[in-house]
Every structure is written in C-alpha cells, then in structure tokens.
Design a protein around this ligand. Structure first.
Ligand code: SAM
Length: 423
C-alpha cells in the first residue's frame, strides 16, 4: 500500500474554505480538517484561509474576468486562494504547482487541473495586477443591508475598510499596563489596553507564561473597566468563557463567580486563571437556571451574532446568514431579565455584546427600560475611560465600532450599557 501523501497547508486551507462557504461552519470549528497537520502548517492553513476570506470579493471579481463557467466549489476555492496569494505577492511557482498538485490528487476534480494551472498562471502573469484598484470587499448583502439601515452607507464602508485591514493584537495587563507595554514593545491605548502590531506566536511573548497579561481586544476590555470593581465586591460573570472579563474582575480583587454552559470553553477559563494565578468560582450551568442572587456587580456578556469581530473572523459573513440571530436576540432579552433579578440592592449590571446590530444592543436596553420602569442606565460609568463622548448613545449606553480609532488600528464592534435600580 502506498503511504498517504501528507496534506499541504494550502490543501487544508482549501478544505477550510469549503467548510466555511459550503457548510456554514466557522474556522474555529476546524480541528477535523487540520488534524493531520503539524503546528506551523496549521497556523499557515488558517492564515491562508483567513486572507482568502478577507479578499474573497476581489478574487471573485478577478476570476470572473478569466473563468467563463464557475467550476465546483472546491476548485473555485483553490482558485480563490491561489489568486489572493498571488495578488498579495506569493511565490508564483510554489502557489501554482502546489494547488495544481492538490487538485490532481483528488479523483473528482483531477480533470480540472489544467484549468487551475491556466487560470493561476494568468493571475501570476498580470490578470491579478488590478488587485489594489478594486473596491474594498463588501460584506454579503444579508449583513450589509441591516447595518446600512442602522449606521448609513458611509459608516458601513468605513467598517468594511477596517475589516479588510484586519486586527492588531490587544492585551490586558494584570496590573501595571505601562510596564507590560514597555516589556512587549506595544502601544498603551487611551483606554489602558496594550496594542501590538508586529507580533509572533502569542505564547512565546515575554510575560505570557508568567501570566502578566492576556489577549483581549481593547473594546472587550471596556465593560469591566467601566464597572471599576473594588476589592471584595461580589461579582457574577454570567457568560464567562474564555474568561477575559473574569480575569479582569479577579485581578481587581473582586470575589468572582463565573458561569458558562460550555464545559469545553470553561476549561479555557480554568487554564487562564491558573496561568495568571487568579481565582474565581467556576460554575458550568445554563445561566437561566442559576438563582443565587445578591451580587454587587453582574456582567452579562451575552451570546450574540459576533458581528463586531469580523476584523478577526472574516469567515463569519460567509459561514452565517443571519437566520439564527432572532433566537439569540430573544435569549439576550431573557438573560437581561434574569440578570437584573440577581443584583444586590444598589448593585450594577453591565450588559454587553460584540455585535454591530442595534437589536442586540441599543434596542435590548431601550426595551428593558420600557419593561422595567424601576431601572435606569448609568452613562457616567463611561466617564474618564479614554473613549470619545460621541460614542455614548441616547439610551445611556456606549457604542463601539470597528471604524473607530482608525488611526490607531481600529477596535472590535461592541455595545455596552450599565443598568441600576432607580432609588
Ligand atoms: C460572548 S461569549 C463570552 C465571552 C467572555 N465573557 C469573555 O470575555 O471572554 C458568550 C458565552 O456565553 C456562553 N453561553 C451561551 N449560552 C449560555 C447560557 N444559557 N448560560 C451560560 N452561558 C451561556 C457561551 O458558551 C459563550 O462562552
């Protein structure tokens, strides 16, 4: 029996694209495809798939000029990947021969290897040259339309420019942000996060092993900064995994209970707590069934569309179609009602979602305030945090968007609001 040829990173990247575009599965759910690859090849396959998804619209536009009849998805994805790589300066010989050989090893598509060879050669020889003149890739219509309705076409174009640029790496320091910024050679942002633009493997950076910081987008770090926990406060992190906000609460000295339904994701919280030498009580449970109350601080970082994270997850617009968002919106409303019931008298609730859709942010809080006249928002919690006053919203929340801080490298899209009982 001839030994099976080990998969190449490019071949695996094409399979990842099939999974995202053909099966609606996110890249984070890629362990099956990457199983037979070495660590560095896995990272390479993920990088290639991510770059391709970011430039997909441009690749399709160039390919439509040279391919008359659309080939099957797997071959189209190989052409897309090759086109993006070539247009971004990849080595023509390596890209073309590797993808042709990948297609030749597949009985179903072998007859199309000549097409792959001819098209990618054309791309390498000049058909890919207009790349930089093509428009910034747009989000698919199912997402672009509701966002344009909410924020206007100009803002959506600015968000798309931020998505196309991708994201730097932001970290939160356990204690001394200025010292950690210096140690990592990063920039200290106005809100206290540290931004790295040129970084290698995260776990190889100084201070990672010793737990002096953790990865957390600058926008995601703001809800806990706004809550400003004091040592000894009882804090409930209702949807905690992988634990960025749990770590912030614990680092501030709060007594934290962290809940999540996912055992696998809770393992990440446990590892993060161990690495940073911080502690929290971990509860694996549906938060709607959790009925211990009396918390000074309740943080509800609710499950949502995650449309604020497209800079880092360009697969999202292709893996999703918005059909599950209605269920998420209903769940967020239920969780908000429940979260309020767990507060101690005088306690504060921080609701947040990494979403760009007002239905998962502003509208949730407006509707909560309509349902519960005894509640109010506390916009003053966002004072002196290094954010721009125009990011505050009418109902008393804070709206963050990927096109904000464009000169500093952007931020995730996020919504947050602090809710208290009226006195
Ligand atoms: C947006 S993520 C939380 C991110 C986290 N707060 C952080 O900062 O790292 C949402 C989390 O909610 C959890 N979740 C979803 N439904 C839940 C439920 N009914 N009860 C508890 N956790 C839930 C998911 O497993 C997921 O880990």
């Amino acid at each position: 029996m001839t030994p099976r040829k080990p998969p190449s990173a490019r071949g695996a990247a094409v399979a990842l694209l099939d999974q995202v575009i053909g099966q609606g599965r996110m890249l984070s759910d890629s362990s099956g495809v990457l199983r037979d690859l070495k660590g560095s090849q896995r990272a390479e396959a993920l990088r290639l798939a991510t770059d391709t998804l970011r430039g997909l619209e441009r690749a399709d536009r160039l390919l439509s000029r040279v391919v008359r009849k659309k080939p099957p998805l797997h071959v189209r994805n190989a052409l897309r990947l090759g086109t993006v790589e070539l247009c971004l300066g990849g080595d023509a010989h390596g890209v073309v021969s590797d993808l042709v050989s990948h297609i030749s090893t597949n009985n179903r598509y072998r007859h199309l290897k000549g097409l792959v060879n001819a098209v990618l050669r054309q791309m390498a020889e000049g058909a890919g040259r207009p790349w930089n003149d093509l428009r910034i890739p747009r989000m698919p219509r199912w997402l672009r339309e509701p966002l344009a309705q909410a924020w206007g076409n100009g803002s959506v174009s600015a968000m798309e420019a931020a998505h196309f640029k991708g994201a730097p790496l932001d970290v939160t320091a356990k204690s001394d942000s200025a010292r950690v910024a210096e140690m990592l050679g990063g920039t200290l942002l106005p809100t206290g996060s540290i931004r790295l633009t040129d970084f290698g493997q995260v776990s190889a950076q100084p201070g990672f092993e010793t737990g002096e910081w953790w990865v957390q987008d600058a926008a995601a770090a703001i809800p806990v900064r706004a809550l400003n926990p004091s040592p000894g406060m009882r804090a409930l992190d209702m949807c905690a995994a992988p634990g960025g906000k749990t770590l912030q609460l614990a680092a501030a000295g709060a007594e934290v209970t962290a809940i999540d339904t996912s055992e696998r994701r809770m393992d990440r919280v446990r590892e993060n707590l161990e690495r940073t030498n911080l502690s929290a009580e971990l509860v694996i449970e549906n938060v709607l069934a959790f009925d211990k109350s009396g918390y000074d601080l309740v943080l509800l970082d609710a499950p949502c569309s995650a449309t604020g994270t497209i800079r880092r997850h360009p697969d999202l617009p292709y893996a999703k179609d918005g059909s599950e968002f209605g269920e998420l919106i209903a769940l967020q409303a239920k969780m908000l009602n429940h979260a309020v019931s767990l507060l101690a008298p005088g306690g504060r609730l921080m609701f947040c979602t990494c979403s760009l859709l007002p239905d998962e942010g502003e509208v949730q809080i407006e509707e909560l305030l309509e349902r519960r006249e005894d509640l109010q928002t506390e916009p003053t919690v966002f004072d002196n945090l290094g954010i721009e006053p125009e990011w505050l919203t009418e109902e008393g929340g804070l709206r963050l968007r990927p096109d904000y801080w464009s000169d500093l490298g952007g931020m995730d899209g996020f919504y947050m609001a602090c809710v208290t009982q009226r006195t």
